[in-house]
Design a protein around this ligand. Structure first.
Ligand SMILES: N[C@@H](CCC(=O)N[C@@H](CS)C(=O)NCC(=O)O)C(=O)O
Length: 283
């Protein structure tokens, strides 16, 4: 049964569960500081990437709605995630989750400060540009369809709009799955968790935070049930159980509390929520 009463809960300001352990293990100063917020799916993309690629970093929790000066210095709209690159004087800065993911992926391929010795990558090798493009197609689908569909559904208040939102969200998941299946049909089975034995891909990371929040936030507030089918269920299990992903997940209550404001479409919830309400592109 979906929840119908706004109890006025606010977003959390500290991770819980496995994410808290990870944040605590990454509290010492490093060359790279990730400015993050525990509930934020865009931050989770970057956090998973850092964990997966074995890059040394510090995690630093900020409240992006309070817009502290130290965040605004890195991210013009005061959005998380942001990176501070401390080995430059003054430090360099990067914002935008996808740009940061690209940066980290390139950094990992030639960086000597990596803590891990195995060279991981979220992409097939540069020698296979077509395989890389297939992963980018999937990632593009996640960013342009899945992500806005998630917020439109969660913010929809009247029943007809919620039904519409659910349908559009399921369609977005199906479009993503169709692209996974296409890559599989074309013989690309070693990149992406869609295939058993495949490695975590850029597209998996791009989609994961919203697929995950569908299993807790959308389930709780909209009574959403994820698409059935053994193959999809197995994919979801591999995704949430992947160690790099798992280490960035808080416990369910944190997400339920943090997303109540979206579920009741409270005024000025966030720049993302405002964009959805006004039909503007996401920030
Ligand atoms: N396009 C940005 C979006 C980031 C974003 O919207 N982050 C949210 C937190 S989940 C934020 O910082 N919100 C602050 C605000 O709305 O003022 C990205 O991909 O990094």
């Amino acid at each position: 049964m979906a929840t119908t009463q706004d109890s006025g809960r606010s977003y959390h300001l500290q991770c819980t569960g496995p994410a808290l352990e990870t944040a605590e293990a990454h509290s010492a100063q490093e060359h790279i500081t990730l400015f993050g917020s525990c509930f934020c799916p865009f931050v989770q993309r970057v956090w998973i990437t850092l964990e997966y690629l074995g890059i040394d970093y510090a995690y630093y929790e900020v409240d992006p709605y309070k817009k502290p000066a130290e965040l605004l210095e890195l991210s013009p709209k005061g959005l998380v995630p942001a990176l501070r690159l401390n080995n430059h004087h003054p430090p360099n800065a990067l914002n935008e989750s996808t740009i940061i993911m690209d940066y980290l992926e390139e950094l990992a391929n030639g960086d000597t400060r990596r803590s891990s010795h195995t060279v991981e990558s979220l992409f097939p090798p540069p020698s296979d540009p077509y395989a890389r493009a297939l992963i980018r197609l999937q990632a593009d689908c996640a960013s342009r369809s899945l992500v806005p569909a998630f917020y439109r559904y969660l913010q929809a208040q009247d029943e007809a709009k919620q039904v519409e939102g659910a349908t559009a969200f399921v369609e977005a998941i199906k479009a993503l799955v169709a692209l996974f299946e296409r890559a599989e049909r074309e013989g690309y089975t070693s990149y992406g968790l869609w295939n058993e034995g495949g490695s975590l891909s850029y597209a998996d990371v791009m989609a994961m935070p919203w697929l995950f929040r569908a299993t807790n936030v959308l389930k709780h507030y909209r009574g959403f049930v994820m698409p059935e089918g053994e193959r999809f269920q197995a994919y979801m299990q591999r995704l949430v159980a992947h160690p790099a992903v798992r280490r960035t997940c808080s416990t369910e209550q944190l997400y339920l509390d943090s997303y109540e404001r979206y579920a009741f479409n409270r005024p000025n919830t966030s720049q993302v929520a405002n964009a959805i309400n006004s039909g503007a592109p996401l920030p």
